[in-house]
Design a binder for this molecule. Structure first.
Ligand SMILES: *Cc1c(COP(=O)(O)O)cnc(C)c1O
Length: 410
């Protein structure tokens, strides 16, 4: 199946893709797939977007890498644009989401350190969270399956139940310095955090001197119909990690912070070789060109609503397969009544890609450029996948009945 030279850490599907355009991918099996996974919310503008391709090609012929020893004009430009569009005053660029989270965690700890409260290094996180696969971020995520066998869990993370403000208050001690949360849990199963809860967290942080950190690695850069998901709640964090969608498929992440929260990040305390390199910065700027264009996010919202309505109809029509639909914009989840892995496989067999997640949910994360035609095509394919699963359920029931009758007869 897959090459034996690679770590077998991924349960890979025996399928690859050579080309793609927009929301479509051409498979090694000769079939065409509707890509409603976007490489897990990464190819935010679809495949082979002309502006991204042209930008990367142009930059590739200029300069690839010079190191953060020197000024990088495209990095300054992308930083300025992110600052102009958000709560943030300062940006640190990384190559991935986990590194953006590491920068966020370090920023929070340094803040309290320079405030002469170095004991406030602990961070409260939530059950079902996912923050990456580095040693610190698996500790932050707190999931046993990712921690097992990797030695002592990195100290400094206290996990509380999802959506319970009293539990958060109880978890705050003299050594607590921050609260870290995804506005919508992605890997956890597209579980939106109520806007009121985010506002309560903001108030709690203001009251107790904690920093509020948002992990918008998956929810950010237009995915939910706003540039950042927290905008729906009307409050802002002190620190935010982003990645995935901002690179449109190029490895790129960033940690954003207010001037105050970032005050401990002084020369020499943190660094990166590749983060913010000219190739990544050119692409990040090109992604923003598209996402910030007038009307783009309105269209994400319009299409997201149409998709969500269709999915609600799908759930109603197939109550044995699906339980409910949830999410915002083009970050939608179908919670299933059959194993979600079976649904992802059935979807693939009829030519649509989705992504499994926790809480028995299938994630639908189409590129933000999808139109009504792709939504209709997705709906037809999801219907076909549901029918396939129902046929299997039907056959299983018939077999069980036949067995029962045979037993009665004997
Ligand atoms: C994907 C993801 C990460 C980790 O990003 P990597 O680029 O894989 O390191 C962190 N947080 C959230 C919410 C994510 O979805």
């Amino acid at each position: 199946m897959t090459s034996s030279s690679l770590y077998p850490t991924f349960a890979r599907v025996d399928l690859s893709f050579e080309t793609g355009e927009g929301a479509w991918l051409h498979g090694s099996d000769g079939r065409t797939y509707l890509d409603f996974g976007s490489g897990i919310a990464v190819t935010s503008l679809g495949h082979a977007h002309p502006h991204l391709v042209a930008t990367l090609q142009t930059q590739a012929a200029k300069v690839w890498h010079t190191s953060n020893i020197f000024r990088i004009p495209e990095q300054e430009r992308l930083g300025d644009r992110l600052v102009a569009e958000t709560f943030a005053d300062r940006v640190f660029f990384t190559n991935s989401g986990a590194e953006a989270l590491e920068a966020a965690i370090k920023t929070a700890r340094r803040y309290h350190y320079v405030n002469e409260e170095p004991e406030r290094y602990r961070i409260i996180t939530f059950e079902g969270a996912f923050h990456g696969r580095t040693l610190a971020t698996i500790a932050a995520g707190g999931q046993q399956k990712y921690l097992e066998g990797f030695g002592p869990k990195v100290d400094g993370f206290d996990q509380v139940v999802f959506g319970d403000i009293a539990a958060v208050e109880d978890a705050i001690g003299p050594d607590t310095g921050a609260i870290l949360i995804e506005p919508i849990q992605g890997e956890g199963g597209v579980r939106p955090v109520p806007h009121a809860f985010l506002r309560e967290l903001r108030a709690l942080c203001d009251r107790t001197g904690l920093l509020l950190i948002f992990d918008e690695v998956q929810t950010g850069v237009g995915r939910t119909g706003r540039l950042f998901a927290h905008e729906w709640s009307g409050i802002t964090p002190d620190i935010m990690a982003i990645a995935k969608g901002i690179g449109g498929g190029f490895p790129l992440g960033a940690c954003l912070a207010t001037e105050e929260a970032a005050k401990g990040m002084t020369p020499g305390v943190h660094g990166t070789t590749f983060g913010g390199n000219p190739l990544a910065m050119a692409v990040g700027n090109a992604v923003l060109d598209v996402v910030l264009a007038p009307g783009f996010l309105d269209e994400v919202n319009r299409i997201g609503l149409i998709l969500k309505q269709k999915l609600a109809g799908l759930v109603d029509g197939h109550p044995e397969v699906f339980e409910l639909v949830r999410g915002e914009g083009l970050m939608l989840g179908l919670k299933c009544r059959v194993p979600s892995g079976d649904v992802v496989a059935a979807m693939r067999s009829v030519g649509i890609l989705g992504v499994g997640a926790g809480d028995n949910t299938v994630r639908l994360l189409p590129p933000l450029i999808v139109g009504e035609a792709e939504v209709s095509a997705a709906f037809e394919r999801l219907e076909a996948a549901a029918l396939k699963i129902e046929t299997v359920l039907e056959a299983e029931r018939a077999a069980a009945e036949a067995e029962e009758e045979a037993e009665i007869a004997s």
